[in-house]
Design a protein. Structure first.
Length: 234
């Protein structure tokens, strides 16, 4: 899928239009750091920043035509973002547009851009209990104990508040969106762990009561800012 800003840039050939769709995650880390500092900078901090070699290198590459003054801070930020996301990739975008122009495909897309958007961009599914349970991949032949934990886990998900649901998704995937698959496995020891690298969660098969299971999962949610967390059931 295309990032939204890529799709709308190819369709409209307008940096101004594309800019409205650029998200923080679309911008490289070095530019993000500079942009954040620029946004928060006082006049003195701005003067110190623009004289730093790292900033000079970035601004030279961006090709901005604005005078580097505090009054032009917003315009400079915009130029840095556009350079990082669009200008330095212009050749690649031109090739994509050229390929889509075959047999008039791009012209058709431009005429019905909103309709075609769903075929070129990923529209995340709403984070609901039903949607999340549907992507969980359980063992094909679970034991009786594992079936009990599966029921507990599904009951917990259905009982989650919207905040808890978001935290659970983040804990298991590292992000805010529901992926295509999350693998659920089991261990005999009393512990819960998750890995965002492979999008999986490991649950204890020996828990007997829902209250202990629920309490452990809620403890997990408090650690959802970590990519890998282990919670031991006592």
């Amino acid at each position: 899928f295309f990032a939204p800003y890529v799709y709308w840039y190819i369709v409209t050939n307008s940096e101004e239009t594309a800019l409205a769709y650029i998200k923080d995650e679309d911008i490289s880390v070095p530019v993000t750091e500079v942009v954040d500092r620029l946004r928060k900078a006082t006049l003195q901090e701005f003067e110190n920043l623009v004289n730093a070699p790292s900033f000079i290198q970035l601004i030279d590459g961006s090709g901005t035509t604005h005078i580097i003054t505090y009054e032009h801070k917003s315009a400079i930020i915009q130029d840095l973002i556009l350079y990082d996301t669009i200008s330095k990739r212009a050749g690649m975008f031109l090739q994509l547009a050229s390929g889509l122009s075959t047999l008039g495909v791009l012209d058709t897309i431009k005429s019905f851009a909103d309709i075609f958007a769903k075929y070129f961009m990923h529209f995340p599914e709403e984070v609901t209990a039903e949607a999340f349970i549907n992507v969980l991949q359980f063992p094909e032949d679970p034991s009786d104990n594992e079936k009990r934990i599966i029921d507990m886990f599904c009951h917990f998900i259905n009982s989650c508040t919207s905040t808890e649901m978001s935290d659970l998704v983040k804990y298991m995937t590292g992000g805010k969106l529901i992926p295509k698959k999350v693998t659920v496995s089991f261990r005999e020891s009393f512990g819960i762990s998750a890995s965002t690298c492979v999008m999986s969660i490991t649950l204890p098969s020996g828990v007997q009561d829902y209250s202990s299971f629920s309490a452990a999962l809620k403890a997990v949610l408090q650690s959802s800012n970590k990519s890998f967390t282990m919670v031991q059931l006592l």
